[in-house]
Design a protein around this ligand. Structure first.
Ligand code: ZN
Length: 129
C-alpha cells in the first residue's frame, strides 16, 4: 500500500473516535493506492456496516476509475485492533485484505491487515511503498 494511505487511515480513524469508520481500499496491480470512505449505515462504536446503495456506488466508482477492489477497512475506536467475532462472521470477501485501524495513541500497531475466510483469520504483512 502507498505510504500516504497509512497515515490517511489513521487520520480518518482518529477523526471519528466514538464510532467505527469504514470504507474500501482499491488500487492497481495488487498495490492499494486509493481510499474510498463509506458512510456508516449504523454508526456505532462496536460494529460497522456499509449500506448496499453506498457499496454499489463505491464499486461503480472503482469500475469507472479502473481500480481493483483490494481491501476493506474499519476502525476499532476502543480496544484491540484484531478481528472481532462479528468481523469474522460478516467477512464476505475472502480475497480482500481486511484492515483494522486503532485511533488510540498507545496502539502498538495502529494499522493491521488480515485475511478472513471460513471463520478464521490470519494476519497479513503490510508493505509500504
Ligand atoms: Zn471490527
Amino acid at each position: 500500500m502507498l505510504h500516504a494511505l497509512w497515515s490517511q487511515l489513521i487520520a480518518e480513524a482518529s477523526a471519528t473516535p466514538d464510532v467505527e469508520c469504514c470504507g474500501l481500499l482499491a488500487g492497481r496491480d495488487g498495490v492499494i493506492s486509493a481510499l474510498l470512505p463509506a458512510r456508516q449505515g449504523a454508526p456505532r462504536a462496536s460494529t460497522y456496516e456499509i449500506v448496499p446503495a453506498e457499496l454499489f456506488s463505491l464499486f461503480r466508482r472503482m469500475r469507472d476509475e479502473r481500480l481493483e477492489h483490494l481491501g476493506i477497512y474499519h476502525s476499532h475506536p476502543r480496544g484491540d485492533n484484531s478481528p472481532s467475532e462479528s468481523d469474522v462472521a460478516l467477512a464476505y470477501y475472502p480475497d480482500a485484505a481486511y484492515f483494522i485501524i486503532s485511533p488510540r495513541p498507545d496502539a502498538p500497531r495502529p494499522v493491521r491487515a488480515f485475511r478472513i475466510a471460513d471463520g478464521r483469520w490470519s494476519e497479513l504483512a503490510i508493505d509500504l511503498l
